[in-house]
Design a binder for this molecule. Structure first.
Ligand code: UT7
Length: 336
């Protein structure tokens, strides 16, 4: 018998520094018209000085814990989805553990599934709670892409922003705000279409390896086609796994990469564009953070009116994709 799993609280944190499309056109051969019409992005947030991914993640975690009404000492695991953290190790989740001041020895680890990372982390958290191994898990999505972008490459640097979101996933005591299904997928055949190589050279006693630029590179058109094909099928699969159909979906809160992808996905699913949440105009693509930030804002702004069946859906490097169905009844303070 699987234990029911609920979302207790959700939160977000964005760095303060705003970079507009016009700001970028001062340093690149680009313009607001191109960026807005091709992507829906108007501005993004970026870290400044020594601001770090773990700091953003920590602040989003405090927000989620507060909204959940849960004391941090009641956590028994931290899972962070991140693909642009501060360090390869220690993990971002261990850094957040340290910032929270928890010395109880609870496990903390990171998941790398790029922009699908949050769906993956939620799926892992759900399994630990379902099987009775954990009661309260902090699930984080945090990425600082501004430090791994080539700021002279207009095809990529205009698309991304930094941010963090977090969610408290718990054993359900009252059966409200339940996670009904999580489905995850990957296909390694197209892994080179979107990547960030790790810096480093071979041992000086051996032949050097071919140098790769140490920045994010992307085949935008391939990723666009992949997203438009994979997201509708993934949404339908997660709904079916929850015993629901597309007619039962009240809202879709997808990964925020490009507003044109959301338009095409809505068309393919035959749903009204009005039930699909978008906030990439303010933040750009914040990768693993985009879904929890979007879901927090969809609730806070009153876009999502509960009770509702909400589907979250991610896609990105790997290639990875996946969706989850959440039945939201009452998100307390987060409800607008
Ligand atoms: O979360 C990870 C998932 N990533 C994504 O979902 C990204 C998916 N892909 C996309 O969103 C789109 O493919 C992009 C927004 C990245 C690009 O849009 P596009 O309509 O596919 O444009 P394109 O790459 O085909 O480029 C069209 C033109 C090119 O010029 P020419 O060759 O036609 O003269 C580019 O050089 O636009 C040019 N261009 C720009 N112009 C002004 C590319 N970037 C820019 C720019 N400003 N920033």
């Amino acid at each position: 018998m699987m234990i029911p799993v609920s979302i207790k609280g959700i939160g977000k944190y964005l760095p303060e520094k705003v970079i507009s499309n016009d700001d970028l056109s001062a340093i690149l051969d680009t313009n607001d018209e191109w960026i807005s019409s091709r992507t829906g992005i108007k501005e993004r947030r970026v870290v400044s000085g020594n601001e770090s991914a773990s700091e953003l993640a920590y602040k989003a975690s405090l927000n989620a814990l507060e909204n959940a009404g849960l004391d941090k000492t009641e956590l028994d695991m931290i899972i962070a989805a991140t693909s642009a953290p501060d360090h390869l190790y220690p993990s971002l989740s261990c850094e957040v553990l340290g910032k929270l001041g928890l010395g109880s020895g609870i496990p903390a680890f990171d998941v790398t599934a790029a922009c699908t990372g949050f769906v993956y982390a939620l799926g892992i958290a759900r399994s630990f709670v379902q099987t009775g191994q954990c009661k309260n898990i902090l699930v984080i999505g945090a990425d600082v892409h501004s430090r791994v972008l080539d700021w002279s490459d207009r095809a990529t640097c205009v698309l991304f922003g930094d941010g963090a979101g977090a969610m408290v996933v718990s054993k359900s005591d009252d059966a409200i705000n339940r996670v009904l299904s999580v489905k995850m997928h990957a296909n390694g055949a197209k892994s080179s279409e979107l990547k960030i190589p790790i810096a480093g050279k071979n041992c000086p006693l051996v032949e050097p390896r071919e140098e790769e630029p140490q920045f994010l590179s992307m085949n935008g058109r391939e990723i666009y086609k992949f997203a438009v094909n994979s997201v509708p099928a993934s949404v339908l699969e997660a709904l079916e796994d929850a015993g629901l159909t597309i007619a039962d979906m009240d809202y879709l809160v997808p990964h925020q990469a490009n507003v044109r992808i959301l338009d095409a996905v809505s068309d393919r699913l035959g749903i009204s564009r009005d039930i699909v949440f978008a906030n990439m105009d303010k933040y750009g693509n914040t990768s693993a953070a985009s879904i929890p930030i979007a879901l927090t804002e969809a609730l806070e702004s009153g876009f999502v009116k509960t009770p509702a069946n909400v589907v979250i859906s991610g896609f990105g490097a790997g290639l990875t994709w996946g969706s989850a169905v959440i039945r939201l009844e009452n998100m307390g303070k987060t409800n607008g």
